[in-house]
Design a protein around this ligand. Structure first.
Ligand SMILES: Cc1cc2nc3c(=O)[nH]c(=O)nc-3n(C[C@H](O)[C@H](O)[C@H](O)COP(=O)(O)O)c2cc1C
Length: 361
């Protein structure tokens, strides 16, 4: 027999107010659900939903957060490192820097002030930053627009439309990617072919390396995997109906050198992209990598404000010899950190994220 109480459960007045719940899927976070009456810790946990929407190499999400009094500490989660493609943890720290930028924007949007100490403990290099949070400020229009771009950002690997970015927008993006430690270079026609050749070479070398393929294949998953990390097939531009055969795709990547087809595909994507950009840092130290991540976060969100998508071509930077060649092409710029194409395209589905309670230590 149907129990009507199951369909219309009775709620007594004193339990109508519920403690703020953490959204299980961070992509579902909504600013209206900010726990205004919650504790400081509940507010910070809510804001971490925005931090974890940042990009990360192979979607490893290599960050951990610790709430200590009026501050949040950001840690590198070394257990999520990629020893083959990123042996020095350069991209791991860049990913954490992007999450730091997201968190700062979310804090400022909700009226908090942040003062960040980078690498505050010389004995513990995993502690990347301590964000000290203080009194209320009013958020700027720029902060508001960057904040609203957070849930709209993703890496878009589809071909980009044959539509140029205006020079005014390019200047704004250059500004977003530039900081005390970083510089964004818009790649000109003069160097474009040389850069594309390095991307192609990078694909060939990486795919010919069984260790690289094995590591990559370990992070290819179904979008429905309970692990909520890694790269689903649809994020590579494949039909979403292929999600179920993720284990087969992973096996193929592990077993075969697909360098020829991958490099041909990337050559076309790079050659048809309206813009290629290179994000570089002045030095090549841990703080430079963290600052690069922040600049990357800023650039990607600023791009989304203007409805522009980004996609990475980091392969030549991940191979020391090709990175040196890229550096030689842009001698004024310091150390190449991130290579990307920018442009307009169709929207794509977001990749999974671990819920906030899994990244709090
Ligand atoms: C430091 C860094 C390096 C990356 N390198 C590449 C790359 O070389 N090729 C690529 O397709 N995606 C690259 N990505 C994008 C990640 O795969 C992507 O951020 C991750 O899968 C999460 O997806 P999302 O950006 O759509 O949220 C990189 C991201 C970061 C932060």
């Amino acid at each position: 027999m149907i129990n009507l109480l199951n369909i219309f459960p009775v709620v007594s007045p004193d339990i109508i107010w519920q403690k703020p719940k953490l959204a299980l899927d961070p992509w579902q976070v909504e600013a209206d659900n900010f726990p205004v009456n919650g504790t400081f810790s509940e507010k910070l946990k809510f804001l971490l939903n925005y931090a974890v929407l940042a990009p990360s190499g192979h979607n490893t999400q290599p960050w951990l957060f610790k709430i200590v009094d009026d501050s949040v500490e950001l840690y590198a989660d070394q257990s999520r490192a990629l020893p083959v493609v990123d042996p020095n943890h350069r991209e791991l720290i860049i990913s954490c820097g992007a999450a730091l930028f997201h968190l700062k924007i979310a804090l400022r949007y909700f009226g908090f002030q942040d003062i960040v100490e980078v690498f505050p403990d010389s004995k513990n290099p995993s502690l990347l930053g301590r964000i000290n949070i203080s009194s209320k400020i009013s958020s700027s229009e720029e902060t508001k627009s960057l904040f609203h771009a957070i849930p709209k950002r993703r890496t878009n690997r589809l071909p980009f439309a044959d539509r140029p970015l205006s020079s005014c927008l390019l200047s704004e993006l250059r500004l977003a990617g530039s900081s005390k430690h970083t510089q964004l270079q818009i790649i000109t026609e003069e160097n474009r072919e040389a850069v594309i050749n390095l991307i192609v070479k990078g694909d060939r070398l990486q795919m010919a390396n069984p260790l690289f393929r094995r590591e990559l294949s370990q992070w290819i998953r179904s979008g429905k995997s309970s692990r909520h990390d890694g790269i689903p097939a649809y994020a590579q531009g494949m039909d979403e109906r292929l999600d179920g055969i993720a284990p087969l795709i992973s096996l193929v990547i592990r077993s075969f050198d697909l360098g020829k087809s991958q490099s041909a595909k990337d050559r076309k994507l790079a050659a048809t992209a309206p813009v290629l950009v290179l994000l570089s840092s002045k030095q090549d130290t841990f703080p430079d990598w963290l600052a690069t991540g922040e600049a990357l976060g800023h650039l990607l969100l600023r791009a989304r404000v203007a409805n522009v998508w980004a996609s990475f071509f980091n392969q030549p930077i991940e191979i020391p010899e090709l990175r040196s060649r890229l550096k030689t092409l842009f001698p004024e710029n310091g150390y190449p950190q991130i290579l990307m194409r920018l442009g307009y395209a169709k929207d794509t589905k977001p990749t999974p994220r671990r819920p906030v309670n899994e990244v709090i230590c």
